[in-house]
Write a protein that binds this ligand. Structure first.
Ligand SMILES: Nc1nc2c([nH]c(=O)n2[C@@H]2O[C@H](COP(=O)(O)OP(=O)(O)OP(=O)(O)O)[C@@H](O)[C@H]2O)c(=O)[nH]1
Ligand SMILES: [Mg+2]
Length: 154
């Protein structure tokens, strides 16, 4: 009798749960914008966005054909209404949210024109570096806040 009974199959997962989840992986350009008073510009994410209602440094996904600096310039024009004139690498963070793996390429915006504002209707504000830790940021952002506070001697 060579007929295989479906017994062994019952040990196999019915769904695809044990297989690696099809997880989205995104590269994100993130801008830390500082003003002459040593304050940082932050925005609040929308209720329907990933990491809903958390505070963030403005930025967004790097699109095909763009490098990080180009994506940052585009995102900060779209979201905050400024023209980035100069930026420098601050740090890079890999974070796995479970539903999404992000690589945050963080740039310090060292020169810009225009006055940053929430151009897409999102709440925004300038915050002293010493107060940044009072805001609810996505988990991936902790090292950024730590670094800014260490740099500032907080
Ligand atoms: N912009 C930004 N995104 C962040 C930060 N921290 C962090 O984990 N992210 C994550 O990075 C991912 C991409 O950012 P995003 O949603 O701003 O991308 P986007 O502007 O292109 O948005 P869209 O998808 O609405 O077009 C999101 O999953 C978001 O949760 C942060 O400080 N700023
Ligand atoms: Mg964005």
């Amino acid at each position: 009798m060579s007929t295989k009974l479906p017994v062994a199959a019952s040990n196999q997962p019915v769904s695809n749960k044990s297989a690696p989840a099809a997880q989205s992986k995104v590269l994100v350009a993130v801008g830390v914008i500082e003003n002459s008073r040593g304050e940082i510009f932050i925005c609040r994410r929308g209720a329907s966005q990933h990491q809903a209602n958390k505070w963030e440094f403005p930025g967004g996904k790097v699109e095909a054909g763009e490098n990080v600096a180009q994506a940052l310039a585009r995102e900060l024009a779209e979201e905050a209404g400024i023209v980035v004139q100069a930026c420098q690498p601050l740090m890079q963070i890999e974070h796995d949210y479970g539903d999404k793996h992000v690589t945050l390429a963080i740039r310090k915006v060292t020169a810009f024109s225009g006055e940053p504002r929430g151009l897409e209707g999102q709440p925004s504000r300038w915050v002293p570096i010493s107060e940044l830790s009072q805001y609810d940021f996505p988990a991936a952002n902790s090292p950024i806040v730590d670094m800014l506070q260490t740099e500032a001697g907080n």
